[in-house]
Design a protein around this ligand. Structure first.
Ligand code: GTP
Ligand code: MG
Length: 238
């Protein structure tokens, strides 16, 4: 079994919270309200993964499963310019797979496994993990099936992480009104299925004066805690 690698977030404080960065061979979940910078963090991770390992990268291509049509190449270009890397070369290494519904989303992980046989892919992002599931499986009657399929999807992602020594980053919203599953509006969607399979769960929220706060929640080997970071024109920084 290959040694675990760490992927930098771009912020020292954020990396330290995670024990050096996002770990390969596991799933890291970012959850938070709309506008809490989940997608921005994903963009930065995508750029960073293409960097050499001595710069905190994985020297690899990236697959983004985009369920909300939020990929913005211009934003990737901005981040590349700050880092002094070629935006076009970087964009060529970031493969966007649009998922039209939850079934398609599940299928795209199989396609990703195929692609990763030919190209080194050590970061896969699913942004958002739960949006399709949430809108397609409505009400209590659909909950058991939703959780079952979501559970299998999570295990497919974990398998990708293991086979490719890859980092998996997924995003998840918090329930804005009580979910059928959880009465508590601050809980992430997907309940125990997502919670038990994600190794690292990070709650993102806005802080004062444009600052952003990441809180690490139930990690197996790191203490709970918070890190403050910024999202600027340059991307994710301290
Ligand atoms: P949902 O997907 O709607 O749940 O939200 P999200 O958590 O993915 O939020 P997202 O990552 O889209 O964050 C949006 C925020 O990122 C904006 O409110 C801005 O504060 C910040 N942001 C996005 N683009 C830029 C940029 O080019 N420059 C700067 N300075 N900030 C940006
Ligand atoms: Mg988003």
């Amino acid at each position: 079994r290959a040694a675990v690698s760490k992927l930098t977030t771009g912020s020292k404080a954020f990396d330290e919270l995670l024990g050096g960065g996002l770990e390969s061979q596991s799933i890291t979940e970012f959850f938070g309200e709309f506008g809490s910078c989940k997608t921005q963090v994903c963009f930065q991770l995508a750029v960073n993964a293409t960097l050499p390992e001595e710069k905190g990268g994985l020297d690899s291509d990236v697959i983004i499963i985009d369920t909300e049509n939020t990929f913005r190449p211009e934003r990737i270009t901005q981040m590349c310019n700050y880092l002094g890397v070629d935006p076009d070369e970087t964009l060529k290494r970031i493969h966007i797979a649009r998922a039209f519904n939850s079934q398609h989303q599940v299928l795209l992980v199989d396609k990703a496994l195929e692609l990763a046989k030919d190209i080194k892919v050590r970061l896969m992002i699913v942004d958002s993990l739960t949006s399709h599931f949430r809108s397609e499986y409505l009400g209590r009657g659909a909950l058991a099936e939703r959780q079952q399929i979501l559970n299998r999807h999570m295990h497919d992602l974990l398998n990708f992480a293991t086979v490719n020594n890859a980092v998996i980053a997924v995003t998840n919203q918090v329930a804005s009104k009580p979910d059928a599953f959880f009465g508590d509006p601050t809980r992430p969607i997907g309940g125990h299925v997502v919670g038990h399979t994600a190794t690292f769960r990070i709650y993102l929220r806005k802080g004062k004066a444009g600052k952003r706060i990441a809180r690490l929640i139930d990690s197996p080997n790191m203490p709970e805690g918070e890190a403050v970071f910024m999202v600027t024109e340059n991307g994710i920084t301290d």
